[in-house]
Design a protein around this ligand. Structure first.
Ligand SMILES: CC(C)(COP(=O)(O)OP(=O)(O)OC[C@H]1O[C@@H](n2cnc3c(N)ncnc32)[C@H](O)[C@@H]1OP(=O)(O)O)[C@@H](O)C(=O)NCCC(=O)NCCS
Length: 260
């Protein structure tokens, strides 16, 4: 797997002429799956880490049971050293209010001082690095939130989540994908621009600290033009980061690609 891009060949995806169709594509350690109610504590802990106390208008626990919402999570197996976190990890991922309550503190001390020593700590099923939340409204898909843990950023996972969101939107017959983003959020804006979103307007003082939101939207995602560019970006992502399995969508089709 080639994780670097020393020659800068991937820096301009829409213009790049690199032929990725004959490269070996290894498998990434992460895969994408739909999040469910069991994941809510981990998703909320990622939200807290990513947005650090700023209001996001999103209720993940409610969205996870809404029919017109889908949350996709980037997951992997726990690493051996992370198994030590055990029960403590699941406790530390509870909602902030629950985490700070007196009862939670008593429970935490009880686990730390007693239960961890006599029982085998139990981790949630998967380690989750980040997630994207989507709402489907008529023929539009709206990205309500995307967030990565700090330590998992700049590894192509945010990009993979956008890829997966676009795949879901296309599969559900959406015409366009829309979102709002803080005007100062350069990493996120760069990510969206890379995937063909463009700025279409401004919601003034949209956030509770007074910052403006930029409204961004894709072109028609079912169009041949968009699909051609999207496929190219998808191939480049696989080539750079390894193929990321996602059950609803198959592996690359090229005969010469070897997906390990
Ligand atoms: C925005 C965010 C999801 C990006 O995720 P990520 O996994 O770090 O991004 P990736 O490694 O997949 O990068 C994909 C592209 O995003 C852009 N990007 C990501 N981080 C960037 C940064 N720090 N500066 C500039 N561009 C950046 C680049 O275009 C990058 O493509 P490249 O690698 O070819 O340069 C992540 O930074 C995050 O969780 N931020 C906090 C939460 C947030 O702001 N969410 C958006 C709310 S609308």
């Amino acid at each position: 797997m080639n994780r670097s891009d020393p020659d800068g060949v991937l820096s301009d995806p829409f213009e790049s002429n690199i032929d990725v169709s004959h490269k070996v594509t290894s498998k990434n350690e992460f895969s994408i799956r739909q999040a469910d109610r069991d994941d809510v504590q981990m998703l909320e802990s990622i939200e807290r880490e990513a947005f650090q106390g700023t209001s996001t208008f999103v209720r993940i626990d409610r969205d996870l049971v809404r029919e017109n919402a889908v949350y996709l999570a980037a997951v992997r197996d726990w690493l051996p050293e992370e198994r030590e976190l055990g029960r403590r990890y699941s406790i530390s991922t509870q909602s902030q209010k629950a985490y700070d309550s007196l009862l939670a503190r008593i429970k935490r001390n009880f686990y730390r001082n007693f239960l961890d020593k006599v029982t085998k700590p139990k981790l949630p099923g998967d380690y989750i690095a980040g997630f994207i939340g989507l709402w489907f409204v008529l023929d539009e898909t709206h990205v309500v939130m995307i967030a990565l843990r700090d330590k998992d950023r700049r590894k192509g996972i945010g990009e993979q989540l956008i890829i997966s969101a676009l795949e879901h939107a296309v599969a559900r017959g959406a015409r366009i994908v829309t979102l709002e983003v803080r005007q100062s959020n350069e990493p996120a804006i760069e990510l969206y621009l890379k995937y063909g979103f463009h700025k279409v307007g401004l919601r003034r003082r949209y956030y509770d600290d007074g910052e403006n939101a930029v409204i961004m939207t894709t072109p028609q995602i079912q169009s041949d033009d968009f699909q051609r560019q999207f496929t190219r970006l998808l191939e480049q992502h696989s080539y750079r980061w390894g193929w990321v399995p996602r059950p609803e969508f198959g592996a690359p089709k090229s005969d010469s690609n070897e997906v390990v």
